[in-house]
Design a protein around this ligand. Structure first.
Ligand SMILES: Cc1cc2nc3c(=O)[nH]c(=O)nc-3n(C[C@H](O)[C@H](O)[C@H](O)COP(=O)(O)OP(=O)(O)OC[C@H]3O[C@@H](n4cnc5c(N)ncnc54)[C@H](O)[C@@H]3O)c2cc1C
Length: 511
């Protein structure tokens, strides 16, 4: 009997773990090389003195049984004994007078609430809430069932039928960002608050409306135990399927001979060989460092020339000796005067408290997280100098002073302070500019999402890419599908059917 083909996977983020699971399900012998000592990549959390600070999932598409994206989670075995927290509101946006816009997931409730805030904007509000209703049945995962290159005419036809009812809503909402939509309101408070109602102001309206719709159908929950525990469940599934993970194993070069990927060399000079190499690591370092830029074209170079949007972020995490269970789980405060934070003028501050999941803080205490978009280059300039540490402390102090105005007495109750800059994300995950999701999903990247990006490089055989750098907008379910796609491509190249197996279930032949 011929031994199974070997596959090397770079990166144990969600994409790499997913690719590994599907490789094992399809009879390949896979190994993952991961630079960190933990699985998950960006899908992570960290513990300090009994507090767990979550660094990733606000909402996970596919958390609802038999709903879009749920199948991949069943296959990856993450749903066993894992309840999800489904919030009635995504977040609330509050101004300095204490007036709040609450982003209710239920479109009827949202409509009543917004009309109470501004009856004069009634027609626009009804349009917005109708938008949420239209996306209640929208199956975003239909676009992800197969890599585009493997779709048959019948697949396209089935996709076309599924998408037909949404052509008009997508065309209507596609061109607007939340910031642009906010400008349409007459009411001064809503003009300010609506841009933030889905979390960030550049979000395409169709993505924001789909998010509320998925929350309303309870398909966008927070996994109990948080993001790292979630990633560890996929790691366990992979190991149980017979996969092998090398931690603290940073790949320096992808070995190539005669334009065929042969394996990898680690920074400690060890070499490993395989029939196929899949990189689920950062796109820029894979293409321009591990492969020395030898397999690119004009289009690929252009993508990495800095013109596409990327979200670099700052996360200040606080362990607070105070129960904040009665406070909103996510509140964005609109500032009356901007604050200078990390060299940048900031006019809104989002505060998350994770009291809804009691496993994330000691009893009676709270894990609080503040996330802000920030300029990578600012932090890079000061990195390695004492100023970097001073600036981190200063940022934490500015935010604590701000929190004190909302929760008097809180500064004396803070037991743990932790600051992660884009350089922390870069250091732990290798992501270009510390990006949190690959290319940020905006009107500039929407077309890349719809067309799909190639998972191979021009001129290089037996090599594939998966993960957030080939799936604009990233996100945990989309990169899990990306890992699945790449094994579908490997199976197709080997002319064998792709098989996916639900956890504890019977094999299910996909095609
Ligand atoms: C703050 C934040 C909030 C988010 N919120 C959500 C959310 O609410 N919902 C959602 O669905 N998504 C969310 N995301 C996005 C989501 O986490 C990412 O898009 C997704 O996890 C990316 O997975 P990936 O496997 O493609 O990449 P990564 O997670 O970056 O994994 C790549 C892996 O490769 C490893 N690696 C890199 N270089 C090398 C090398 N040379 N050798 C070996 N290993 C290497 C890295 O260490 C890493 O483990 C959020 C992300 C962040 C940061």
């Amino acid at each position: 009997m011929t031994p199974p083909k070997k596959i090397i996977i770079i990166g144990a983020g969600v994409a790499g773990l997913s690719a590994g699971c599907f490789a094992q399900m399809n009879g390949y012998d896979s190994e993952i090389f991961e630079l960190h000592d933990l699985p998950g990549g960006l899908c992570t959390a960290w513990e300090r003195k009994g507090y767990t600070f979550d660094g990733c999932i606000h909402y996970l598409f596919g958390s609802g049984e038999d709903q879009p994206f749920n199948q991949v989670w069943q296959e990856l075995g993450v749903l066993e004994n894992r309840p999800f927290f489904n919030h009635e509101e995504l977040l609330r946006v509050t101004d300095h007078h204490g007036k709040s816009l609450i982003s209710f997931a239920d479109p009827d409730r949202l409509q009543d609430h917004m009309i109470d805030l501004s009856p004069a904007d009634g027609e626009l509000i009804k349009e917005l809430c109708e938008g949420v209703r239209r996306f209640l049945d929208f199956d975003l995962s239909a676009l992800q069932q197969k890599p585009k290159s493997l779709m048959t005419i019948w697949d396209w036809q089935a996709l076309g039928q599924k998408m037909t009812p949404f052509v008009w809503p997508l065309a209507k909402w596609g061109p607007y960002s939340a910031a642009e939509f906010g400008e349409k309101f007459n009411d001064p408070f809503l003009r300010q608050a609506v841009p933030y109602m889905f979390g960030w102001t550049d979000i395409p309206m169709m993505a924001g409306l789909s998010l509320l719709a998925y929350m309303h159908t309870e398909n966008a929950g927070f996994p109990a135990g948080g993001s790292l525990a979630f990633a560890q469940a996929i790691e366990q599934r992979y190991l149980a399927l017979g996969g092998k993970i090398h931690y603290n194993a940073q790949v320096e070069k992808i070995l190539v001979q005669d334009n065929r990927a042969l394996g990898v060399r680690l920074y400690d000079d060890r070499e490993f060989f395989a029939d196929e190499v899949i990189s689920c690591a950062d796109g820029r370092s894979t293409i321009f460092e591990m492969l020395d830029g030898a397999y690119t074209d004009r289009q690929i170079k252009r993508r990495y020339d800095g013109h596409l949007p990327i979200l670099s972020q700052l996360q200040v995490s606080l362990g607070v000796d105070r129960a904040l269970s009665d406070e909103p789980h996510w509140e964005i405060h609109l500032l009356d005067k901007p604050l200078l934070i990390g060299g940048q003028s900031v006019d809104a501050i989002g505060i998350k408290n994770y009291c809804f999941d009691r496993s994330l803080a000691p009893a009676g205490k709270s894990s609080v997280v503040i996330m802000l978009p920030t300029d990578y280059h600012y932090w890079k300039r000061i990195y390695g100098r004492r100023l970097y540490d001073t600036e981190q402390l200063q940022v934490a102090d500015i935010l604590i002073d701000f929190l004190e105005t909302k929760y008097p007495g809180i500064s004396d109750q803070i037991e743990v302070k932790d600051v992660a800059t884009p350089l922390s994300y870069e250091r732990y995950t290798g992501n270009y500019l510390g990006s949190t999701c690959g290319w940020l999903l905006t009107d500039k990247t929407m077309s890349l999402l719809i067309q799909g990006m190639d998972k191979t490089l021009p001129g290089l055989d037996h090599f594939y890419l998966a993960g957030q750098w080939v799936e604009p907008g990233g996100s945990v379910p989309i990169v899990a599908m990306s890992g699945r796609h790449v094994i579908q491509l490997v199976c197709a190249a080997d002319k064998r059917p792709f098989v996916a197996q639900k956890f504890k279930g019977e094999p299910e032949v996909i095609y």
